[in-house]
Design a protein around this ligand. Sequence first.
Ligand SMILES: [Zn+2]
Length: 298
Amino acid sequence: YNNCEADLMINKDKVWTWDEIQPDRTDRWIVAIDGKAYDVTDWASTHPGGPLVLQHHRGRDATDAVSAFHRPNARKMMGKYCIGRMEPNPVPPSTATLEYRKLAAAVEAAGLYKTSYAFYAGTLAWCALLLGAAWWLAGAGYVIPGALAVALFWQQVAFVGHDAGHHAIAHASRRVDEVLGLGVNAAVGIGLSWWNNTHNTHHCVVNSADCDPDIQFMPLVANSPLYFKSLFSKYHMDEMTFDAAARRLISIQHFTFLPLLCIARYGLYLQAFLHLLHGKPVYTRAGRWGELGVQLGF
Ligand SMILES: [Zn+2]
């Protein structure tokens, strides 16, 4: 059905039970937000944060995740996916959730979500200075200090790219953030849509062994004993097998970790290509081929 029909057909007074919205009871992706039920199945593939974060919240209360990741105007757009009300949640919010809500309100009240453009102007000036210094130092034969300056430059660029990727710079215009993000993509080779997909998932399920892609490095590195049994990655939809080879590699990870970091970057470039070539979600107006062009250009 399309959304207009859904609006007409669905009885928004229906009260859903928690049982009814569980993934083993329905194929639809239904999440609870602020006491209402939302069917996000048809929205998942175009969700700017990627489909996985929605999948992780199927059958669950997503109220805090929604308020953490969205501007108020996104809430207005959600109305058309509302399919009724939720029965009261029998599980009271945990202490951590209550503490989180307090912290979120304090951050908001302190105005920390307002972008400081002076800060970004300063950062850009600092970047230009670092690059200029690198240029001059290398030209004058001071290769190592020049390398240090250029490394600091790229690190600063990566921070700006991170914020642009979160749409946290030009809040009013997603397009401005997109152009900035693609510019950083062209400069550092981190695919914007790939990053968007993994990074939003990461923030939504931080340090969850089976869900957070940013800590899943089996069989090379294990950062939790949970990986000592084969664990299914809900991000990669594949098993992270703990076999004899993994056991051997993990047993020497304290020696291999830093050398691996020296080449890990190439893994990120590869991931960006695989993301685009395997038909995973693309968020920018540049589209799949545009982003492939940017990545190839890098
Ligand atoms: Zn982030």
